[in-house]
Ligand binder design. Structure first.
Ligand code: SAH
Length: 192
């Protein structure tokens, strides 16, 4: 029960951050160029199916009980700490991107390329942060089925989106983005 509450608090925090920036996005966004909106729509549906739906089922129904495995309490609490840290970063990264943030792959007329803060060493800190919260959710829920759907969902997102996003940013910022790519890693500072 306690893990369900802690999990729900983290998911709520994540949704509050998202909703706040979605509201800003709706108010300020000036669409300039977007990439394959259909593919983006499919990706969003895929994430709902692999991340949100099983998460809600785990929280509110007994249907995923077959997937529970044992994890010591201290490990699950470590998951909560990692989760709280990842939500803090989630907020910070949104703030750093400011009005350049979008739930889709697109640029705005006044788009500026952010290369500092969380973007200093990696080009996709928000996706790295999603890896962090995936680890957190796996530890808290201790459910192999949810662990599998979450990881598959995240892997599909990263494999499809990152190359598309880098193509979009290169088309928009040209040499400036190429130089930024040469100086940074994709997801993990100094490693990949
Ligand atoms: N991939 C990034 C951003 C995800 S949000 C991350 O993981 O942190 C997706 C939007 O961010 C895209 O529509 C793109 O236009 C914008 N974006 C991505 N990298 C950016 C950067 N360095 N500066 C400004 N906007 C960026």
């Amino acid at each position: 029960m306690i893990y369900k509450i802690l999990f729900a608090v983290l998911v709520l925090a994540m949704n509050f951050i998202r909703l706040y920036y979605m509201k800003r996005y709706r108010l300020h966004h000036t669409k300039e160029h977007e990439i394959k909106p259909l593919r983006e729509k499919r990706l969003t549906q895929m994430m709902t199916l692999t991340m949100a739906v099983p998460g809600l089922l785990w929280l509110f129904t007994p249907w995923l009980a077959f997937g529970q495995f044992h994890l010591p309490g201290v490990v699950r609490i470590a998951g909560v700490v990692v989760g709280a840290y990842s939500m803090w970063w989630f907020y910070r990264i949104h703030k750093t991107l400011g009005d350049n943030w979008s739930p889709f792959l697109e640029t705005r007329r006044e788009h500026t390329l952010i290369v500092s803060g969380a973007y200093r060493h990696t080009r996709h800190p928000m996706y790295s942060d999603m890896m962090l919260w995936t680890i957190s959710f796996v530890l808290i829920t201790a459910n192999w089925f949810y662990a599998a759907t979450l990881s598959i969902g995240l892997a599909i997102l990263l494999i499809i989106r990152i190359p598309d996003e880098e193509r979009l940013m290169t088309a928009r910022f040209g040499e400036q983005y190429r130089a930024y790519m040469a100086k940074t890693k994709r997801l993990i500072p100094y490693i990949y």
